[in-house]
Design a protein around this ligand. Structure first.
Ligand SMILES: NC(=O)c1ccc[n+]([C@@H]2O[C@H](COP(=O)([O-])OP(=O)(O)OC[C@H]3O[C@@H](n4cnc5c(N)ncnc54)[C@H](O)[C@@H]3O)[C@@H](O)[C@H]2O)c1
Length: 265
């Protein structure tokens, strides 16, 4: 008698993680974690649209020199501006004709104690870290649903979304909101086979990580991380790759901690 529950049945996970024929959009695409992710996504055959803010225009030529021109397309985009986001996604479609993966990597932090948090800084951190992923995910999901081939949305949150860290009130509020947004989108988009997940790194060795944790404060922080160090950008990129491939097709609405054990209780 044949069984539906045959232990030999397989989904068809591609253990090589091939992404050829896939187009990935990476916001904040010239940043530290983004650049490590870009490299790995390209190695697996994906083509990339890298969205960057106008103030990083001078970096584009440098970065362009590191990649094959036909695999990477640069698009200026302020993720906090709905018009800029709509224009950018229209440009992705006009250039590549498809979008399969979105990595929401743009981010901004300004550490201030609660009582000294400037309203403008509060607004900016919510705008870049929460409104930006909302606008980009909404734009990407519309196109993915229209194409009917499913998709992957990968949001870079933070350990700060789940634990209280001094001086992080605006950043934490935005990143915790991002976890909530991810769950709702995961549920609403599941019928369209669009997976939506977050990655939550500890401190990562990037300009943003250094801005927040340089020096003695960082050394003290490392002592609180069971694995005793900060994360490297390629360790976050490896998780991006996992969530971009079909080996993660059964995972949605999840938050993957990449924190060396900092949030173990
Ligand atoms: N570095 C860390 O310690 C750390 C830890 C946890 C989570 N994260 C998250 O990882 C992601 C990547 O950060 P990173 O460490 O690579 O920092 P990064 O500063 O190297 O990269 C962030 C990028 O976002 C871009 N950006 C800022 N505002 C933008 C806007 N309005 N529109 C478009 N792009 C904008 C910046 O120009 C920059 O290139 C962020 O979401 C960050 O919050 C970082």
């Amino acid at each position: 008698m044949s069984s539906e529950y045959d232990v030999n049945l397989r989904y068809g996970v591609d253990s090589k993680g091939d992404l050829s024929n896939k187009v990935a959009v990476v916001t904040g695409g010239l940043g530290g974690i983004a650049m490590a992710s870009n490299q790995m996504l390209l190695e697996k055959g994906a083509r990339l649209a890298l969205l960057y803010p106008a103030f990083e225009q001078s970096k584009v030529n440098d970065v362009a020199g590191q990649f094959a021109a036909d695999s990477v397309h640069f698009i200026e985009c302020d993720v906090t501006d709905p018009q800029s986001v709509n224009n950018a996604f229209a440009e992705v479609i006009s250039h590549y004709g498809q979008i399969d993966i979105l990595v929401n990597c743009a981010g901004y932090v300004m550490l201030q104690p609660v009582l000294e948090t400037d309203f403008d800084e509060w607004q900016k951190q919510l705008a870049v870290n929460l409104t930006g992923p909302f606008l980009c995910s909404q734009a990407a999901a519309k196109l993915m649903i229209e194409a009917g081939k499913g998709g992957k949305i990968i949001n870079i949150a933070s350990q700060a979304a789940s634990v209280a860290i001094d001086n992080h009130v605006a950043y934490t509020s935005a990143k915790a909101g991002l976890l909530g947004m991810t769950k709702v989108m995961a549920k609403e988009f599941a019928p369209h086979k669009i997976n939506v997940n977050t990655l939550s790194p500890t401190v990562v060795l990037t300009p943003m990580g250094e801005k927040a944790w340089r020096g003695e404060k960082g050394e003290a922080m490392k002592k609180l991380i069971p694995l005793g160090r900060f994360a490297y950008t390629d360790e976050i990129a490896a998780a991006v790759l996992f969530f971009a491939g079909n080996g993660s097709d059964m995972i949605t609405g999840a938050d993957l901690m990449i924190d060396g054990g900092f949030t173990i209780w």
